[in-house]
Design a binder for this molecule. Structure first.
Ligand code: HEM
Ligand SMILES: *[C@@H]1O[C@H](CO)[C@@H](O)[C@H](O)[C@H]1NC(C)=O
Ligand SMILES: CC(=O)N[C@H]1CO[C@H](CO)[C@@H](O)[C@@H]1O
Length: 318
């Protein structure tokens, strides 16, 4: 710490200490006096949508991840592109982040209850918590008090792809001060609900790494199923967890161990010596998984934004 500080000039020293309270200001129940009904309103809208369509849950979880990994959890993912700015949601890695309209719906309800009090970044975090518990995952308290960012650039979206190695994904997490454990828990937990489209894994079933053959590690029944599925031309999707498809639990790690990972990265988690033993521990213990998932979700939710404001409309800066 001392030697670190020595190398900072006064300006960055001021920034450094100024930055600390912003990230540590998050607290459970942040809106309890400024907008006491916040968490109920969010939950009501998410619950209603979930009753009609369970796939809203994975959509929110993925949105939260994509938001927090670029510029921290600051709702930069929600900003629409303009004629002069390609926003994050236009980037290639966006790959079908969806349910922006649901966030708008929650925002509208909150603006009616308490105008310009609740940030869009907190809406994503709270809605995701509700989505997790509605999907059979753990219930947890979400620290709130995030501010919305004013910058959203497609060119800053540097998310790893599904064919990245475990070590590359680990680096993407450690660059954000998260551990290998956090990584295995969040990627596996995230991929225990929801679906992937063929374009993200069809190389594994038809032409793995240019061999003109399938990925030899894939379970043969799964391979046949996916070859049939991905021969259809409309880019269909399949569940990331082929067994407990819509339940947020540790079964996905058992599927990985049975060579039934859909994305290459999911299969690699079980095969790579870096992560294999973590996968095994989580596969064997759903209680451990649930507790760890909560901890890592809160950690990811603490990634500090550079934000500045509480947007009136989640799709654009004030
Ligand atoms: C960093 C490594 C990761 C990679 C390479 C990755 C990649 C992908 C890909 C390619 C898809 C399929 C998208 C589609 O076809 O529409 C997907 C889906 C999904 N991912 Fe990840 N992901 C990663 C980490 C995470 C994390 C950390 C979470 C959340 C904690 C997460 C949550 C999800 C969810 C919920 C879906 C399903 C979305 C839906 O059904 O709408 N992913 N991911
Ligand atoms: C599906 O999951 C259940 C509960 O985790 C497990 O008992 C069962 O063995 C799994 N079945 C398959 C085919 O993987
Ligand atoms: C919703 C959205 O903006 N999708 C875009 C994701 O990225 C691809 C490739 O860059 C675009 O073609 C999509 O329009």
């Amino acid at each position: 710490m001392e030697s670190f500080l020595k190398h900072l000039n006064v300006f960055s020293l001021v920034l450094f200490f100024f930055a600390l309270p912003i990230s540590s200001a998050l607290q459970v129940g942040f809106y309890s006096s400024s907008c006491p009904n916040t968490e109920n309103i969010v939950r009501q809208v998410v619950q209603q949508r979930f009753n009609a369509d369970k796939s809203v849950a994975p959509a929110l979880l993925r949105m939260f991840f994509h938001d927090c990994f670029i510029r921290g959890c600051d709702a930069s993912i929600l900003i629409d592109s303009t004629t002069t700015n390609q926003a994050e949601k236009a980037a290639g890695a966006n790959g079908s982040v969806r349910e922006y309209a649901l966030i708008d719906q929650i925002k509208t309800a909150l603006e009616q209850a308490c105008p310009q009090k609740v940030s869009c970044a907190d809406i994503i975090a709270l809605a995701t918590r509700d989505a997790v518990s509605l999907s059979g995952g753990p219930m947890y308290s979400v620290p709130t008090g995030r501010l919305d960012g004013t910058i959203s650039r497609a060119s800053e979206v540097n998310l790893p792809g599904p064919a990245s190695t475990v070590s590359q994904i680990q680096q993407a997490f450690s660059a954000r001060k998260m551990t290998l454990n956090d990584m295995v828990i969040l990627v596996g937990g995230g991929h225990s609900i929801g679906r992937a489209h063929c374009n993200f894994f069809q190389d594994r079933v038809f032409n793995f790494q240019g061999t003109s053959k399938p990925d030899p590690t894939m379970d043969k029944n799964l391979l046949t199923k996916l070859q049939n599925l991905c021969s259809l031309t409309f880019n269909p999707a399949t569940f990331l967890d082929q067994n407990t498809t819509v339940v947020l639990d540790n079964e996905v790690y058992n599927q990985m161990k049975k060579n039934k990972g859909i994305l290459q990265i999911d299969q690699e988690l079980a095969l790579d010596p870096l992560s294999a033993s973590i996968v095994s521990s989580l596969a064997a213990n759903n209680k451990l998984f649930r507790q760890s998932f909560v901890n890592s979700m809160i950690k990811m939710g603490n990634l500090p934004g550079t934000g500045g404001e509480i947007r009136k409309n989640c799709r654009r800066q004030n």
